[in-house]
Design a protein around this ligand. Structure first.
Ligand code: ADP
Ligand code: MG
Length: 341
């Protein structure tokens, strides 16, 4: 159906009609999952929410051909597999008020649904007390069959405890997006950036990230390695040698932070800024600008800082719901907190 009829005289409005459910869902999914690394961030957060201590990522063609993540978390109940990829299905939020105390990364129940609307999604999961794993395939939020004539019900199979999610042919049904993202190397770099930052912040979890066709992992952190060790692995020896520990607690706002920041001896040509607010990897341009301005006044010209900040703000003071990808967050007392940083 053409969306805009140019033959209608301008004086007459076009009739208003209701969009198809599938069109609505695909538009919403395209906003949440803008590129493969957005999908990966959601999947990593789901694995962390499931208590995983090991997360393994494998990527083909920058995640556009295949993005796969395996964890050893608590798995998904077999009886939930029929609805897990529907929009607004979640095990993490019941009433609106829960948002003010939410401790998990997820709450909207939209990530798996969105990914299933823009890719072919296969989910394999096993709970520790289940005898076997189950594999299910999804398209547009619902279970689908692997081959014509087969059942779409989850099939029992062998598997380790935990969950494997594979998203294939991402954006196969959004051709404009697919052509905008044809640089697989850029997409892989962005995937690596998300994976390595979560690896640094979650030193209790082993992270691996590799390209499907390469034997060597680009990221390979050990469970229980220190944050500094993880920074060394990702950003190199020099970055890790010049770090100073910072911490602060603000009695008035109840906010606190710890961090590792480069000292004045550190010479790097690109600034690195890792900001976690309540363990969520986020952007906050005000904090970034304030910190960069401070460094700008003391560092030699052309040298850039390395800053890793782990900021804790009372959950009731944070609005995590301002951005479809949850990339930006807003919080109360922004100016005071930035001042103390
Ligand atoms: P949300 O995280 O907002 O709840 P998602 O669409 O990301 O929504 O996930 C839907 C539900 O699927 C989660 O609430 C969780 O119960 C389950 N789930 C998703 N990924 C995993 C995983 N890796 N391990 C265990 N459970 C998972
Ligand atoms: Mg989630």
């Amino acid at each position: 159906m053409s969306s805009f009829n140019t033959s209608l005289p301008a004086s007459k409005p076009a009739p208003i009609h209701r969009l198809d459910e599938s069109v609505i869902n695909r538009i919403a999914a395209g906003e949440i999952i803008q590129r493969p690394s957005n999908a990966l961030k959601e999947l990593i957060e789901n694995s962390l929410d499931a208590g995983a201590t090991s997360i393994t990522i494998a990527v083909k063609d920058g995640g556009l051909k295949l993005l796969q993540i395996q964890d050893n978390g608590h798995g998904i109940r077999k009886e939930d597999l029929a609805i897990v990829c529907e929009r607004h299905t979640t095990s993490k939020l019941k009433v609106y008020e829960d948002l003010s105390t939410i401790q998990t990364y997820g709450f909207r129940g939209e990530a798996l649904a969105s990914i299933s609307h823009v890719s072919h999604l296969t989910l394999t999961t096993k709970q520790a007390d289940s005898e076997c794993a189950y594999r299910a395939r999804y398209s547009d939020g619902v279970l689908v069959q692997a081959k014509p004539g087969e059942s779409s019900n989850p099939e029992p199979c062998a598997g380790n405890n935990g969950t494997i999610i594979a998203a294939e042919d991402l954006f196969y049904n959004i051709s404009s997006r697919k052509s905008a993202l044809k640089n697989a190397r850029n997409e892989y770099n962005s995937i690596f950036e998300v994976a390595s930052r979560y690896a640094i912040h979650n030193s209790g979890v082993a992270f691996t990230c590799r390209k499907m066709d390469s034997v060597k992992a680009d990221l390979n952190t050990q469970q229980g390695a220190s944050v500094v060790n993880n920074i060394r692995q990702v950003f190199g020896f020099n970055a890790a040698e010049c770090l100073v520990k910072v911490e602060h607690e603000d009695a008035g706002t109840g906010a606190s932070f710890t961090g590792l920041v480069s000292n004045a001896a550190h010479v790097m040509h690109k600034s690195v800024f890792l900001l976690f607010i309540n363990h969520r990897l986020v952007d906050n341009s005000q904090i970034k600008q304030a910190v960069e301005a401070l460094y700008g006044s003391v560092m030699p010209k052309g040298s850039r800082p390395f800053v890793y900040l782990d900021l804790q703000i009372k959950p009731e003071n944070v609005d995590v719901n301002v951005h479809p990808t949850k990339r930006e967050v807003r919080f109360l007392h922004e100016d005071t907190i930035i001042g103390s940083i």
